[in-house]
Design a protein around this ligand. Structure first.
Ligand code: FMN
Length: 207
């Protein structure tokens, strides 16, 4: 699969997991792709916690369900109705959670390139996630990013040491198919912007 094909095929997956668990060799290739991401000062600030214990998956899914209710309860009526049928996670169905974490101390205090833009550390970890996502797609493995959680809850659930921040819970598993249109677009939450709107010339404000 070409990189362009993987980019076009990639979806955030919630409902299309087969129920099979991704095999270890495939998971290794996907994590190897993630670990080859660029990083500020070559700091490689990421780690990957692979979670497969059904009891842990269940606990996290229950926490996320509570957070979903909290979000729905602050939506205006019309948005709440649009939100209702939208599935926001496939934690137990995917069979594997990968928590991508960030260590801002890795590489010491003098990270080449981070002095002026401190966020470049976290940007680096997010690039590892994008590598992971595209590699998984090329393996016909789905990925769904879950951010409906309180960081302290997840930190406690998987025993993260102090200073290690959870950046994402990724549901990872084989899929029946990839949807062609993002769920949020198909279900009327928000469409894709045209590329022409995102491109600016010379300055942000083009006349
Ligand atoms: C930082 C981040 C957090 C996200 N959190 C969630 C989430 O909690 N639940 C969910 O269903 N999708 C989540 N998504 C997936 C987006 O909804 C999805 O990427 C977007 O609707 C576009 O769809 P596509 O990825 O299939 O192209 C997240 C995506 C990103 C990049």
């Amino acid at each position: 699969m070409s990189v362009y094909e993987a980019i076009r095929l990639r979806r955030d997956v919630r409902a299309e997991f087969t129920g099979d668990v991704v095999d270890d060799a495939t998971l290794w290739r996907i994590l190897d792709a993630a670990h080859r991401a660029p990083s500020v000062g070559n700091s490689q600030p990421w780690d990957f916690v692979v979670v497969r214990d059904p009891a842990t998956l269940r606990k996290f899914a229950d926490h996320v369900a509570d957070k979903r209710v909290e979000f729905r309860n602050v939506l205006p009526q019309e948005r709440a109705e649009t939100f209702e049928p939208i599935k926001i996670e496939g934690i137990t169905e995917s069979g594997t959670g990968i928590v991508v974490t960030h260590d801002n101390t890795r590489g010491g205090p003098h990270i080449l390139g981070r002095a002026t833009v401190p966020e470049t550390g976290v940007y680096s970890t997010v690039l590892a996630i994008q590598n992971l996502w595209l590699a998984a797609t090329a393996e016909h493995v789905g990925v769904g990013w879950v951010s409906f959680y309180d960081a302290p809850f997840l930190t406690d659930l998987i025993a993260l040491p102090e200073g290690i921040t959870p950046i994402a819970w990724l549901c990872v598993g084989p899929v029946h198919e990839f949807q062609q249109i993002p769920d949020l677009e198909r279900l009327g939450w928000r469409p894709r912007r045209p590329l022409t709107e995102a491109i600016h010339h010379e300055t942000y404000r083009t006349p």
